[in-house]
Design a protein around this ligand. Structure first.
Ligand SMILES: NC(=O)c1ccc[n+]([C@@H]2O[C@H](COP(=O)([O-])OP(=O)(O)OC[C@H]3O[C@@H](n4cnc5c(N)ncnc54)[C@H](O)[C@@H]3O)[C@@H](O)[C@H]2O)c1
Length: 367
């Protein structure tokens, strides 16, 4: 079976990281990059020349409506994610959507409802829980190697994009673009957040984008405190305000030990573990330095090939969105905000259920 791919959004993540993985999967005979659409005619021309794909669709709905596509990648600016992903699912496609799954909780809920009944699978970025390093840390936490989790600290940031004005417009921002990684990681370890309090703001009011100064209308700086219940807390430091760092991406403090993910959670560089019993740190080098953060696409292809559910669950992404929106509200109101949506624990060991069973397994609308 060779799965045919159509792409919405032919910008930076398509032409670099996703195209590299698609090329690899094409060489393995598993996929074919068939078509793409972007409202920017220059990007359509470049994609057609470089990848030999059909870019003649008159709009996203034209591409989504093509009968010959199995998978649609939604790699557009954030405000478009929810509606395009939903339209593609409703057209019977398997869908990968970049983060966040939507910029509005109402649209995300409708997207989840569509995913629960659609024949296709929905994979939502970020795909970090698929990395071998994350998986190994998750196994150690679940096996009780550091005891009950009590506290955590996470950070991810950089100086910010110099392309794509939409990053700095309403519906963009560092929390949706960057904070979502730490949040997805931490929730994978702790489970659902119960309460959020946050400082979220705009530290740099003007940015130079493609040589032009623009007024920033989105957050670029955030400090978030998460309450997972039972006095289990975590903080996230994120922003388009961090020039460099030399610190772990994720620090997990348990009753009998500590685990620290090195590098960034989307580009791990191994991990370190402290054990009270041993009285020492152990350092574990990166198992797969070439692990690509686009791995959700390989995972989706594999799930479709085998008819098995994905490890990543859309309701995990929905929860992350609820927390991010709650963090923004907390900052605006100066209050602590409750979070209610559930999501199941990561299940790396059940590849035998059919994809249909996976849909039946958990209906996020019950939240
Ligand atoms: N750039 C990164 O390092 C990075 C990393 C991981 C994830 N992401 C995510 O990937 C997505 C894309 O980021 P990017 O850096 O490629 O942005 P980009 O601005 O380079 O590309 C986005 C493209 O989407 C197109 N687009 C807008 N509306 C569309 C529509 N209705 N249909 C089809 N195309 C449409 C735009 O014209 C643009 O070319 C974002 O959600 C971003 O958060 C980016």
């Amino acid at each position: 079976m060779t799965l045919s791919i159509g792409v919405l959004g032919l910008g930076s993540v398509f032409s670099g990281p996703y195209a590299a993985l698609i090329t690899k999967l094409e060489q393995e005979g598993r996929v074919r990059l068939a078509a793409g659409y972007d409202p920017d005619p220059d990007k359509r021309t470049v994609a057609a020349d470089r990848f030999g794909i059909d870019t003649t669709a008159g709009g996203p709905e034209d591409l989504i409506g093509r009968d010959d596509l199995d998978i649609v990648l939604v790699l557009t600016s954030m405000n478009q994610h929810g509606s395009l992903a939903r339209a593609a699912l409703e057209a019977g496609k398997h869908v990968l959507v970049e983060k966040p799954m939507s910029t509005s909780l109402e649209d995300a809920r409708v997207l989840l409802e569509a995913a629960a009944v659609a024949p296709g699978q929905l994979v939502c970025a970020p795909h970090i829980v698929l990395s071998p390093t994350y998986r190994e840390m998750h196994r150690r936490v679940r096996d009780g190697e550091i005891g009950d989790l009590h506290l955590a600290r996470a950070r991810y940031g950089w100086s910010g994009p110099w392309w794509g004005r939409w990053f700095y417009e309403a519906g963009g921002g560092a929390l949706f673009d960057l904070g979502v990684y730490n949040l997805t990681s931490l929730c994978g370890f702790f489970g659902p957040v119960r309460r959020v309090t946050a400082m979220v703001g705009t530290a740099i009011p003007k940015r130079e984008i493609n040589g032009e100064f623009v007024t920033v209308r989105a957050d670029d700086n955030a400090q978030i405190t998460l309450d997972f219940g039972n006095a289990r807390f975590a903080t996230i430091t994120t922003g388009f305000t961090m020039q460099q760092y030399r610190s772990p991406a994720i620090e997990l403090y348990g009753a009998t030990g500590v685990l620290q993910l090195l590098g960034d959670d989307w580009a791990p560089n191994g991990f370190e573990q402290w054990s009270n019993e041993r009285g020492s740190w152990e350092v574990f080098g990166e198992r797969d330095p070439n692990w690509p953060w686009t791995d959700g696409l390989r995972h989706l292809v594999e799930s479709v090939e085998n008819g098995t559910p994905t490890v990543t669950r859309p309701d995990h992404a929905f929860h992350a969105l609820e927390v991010m929106l709650a963090a923004k509200r907390s900052a605006e109101e100066g209050s602590v905000i409750d979070v209610t949506s559930p999501f199941p624990d990561l299940d790396y060991d059940t590849p035998t259920r059919t994809a249909g069973d996976a849909h039946a397994n958990h209906d996020p609308r019950s939240s």
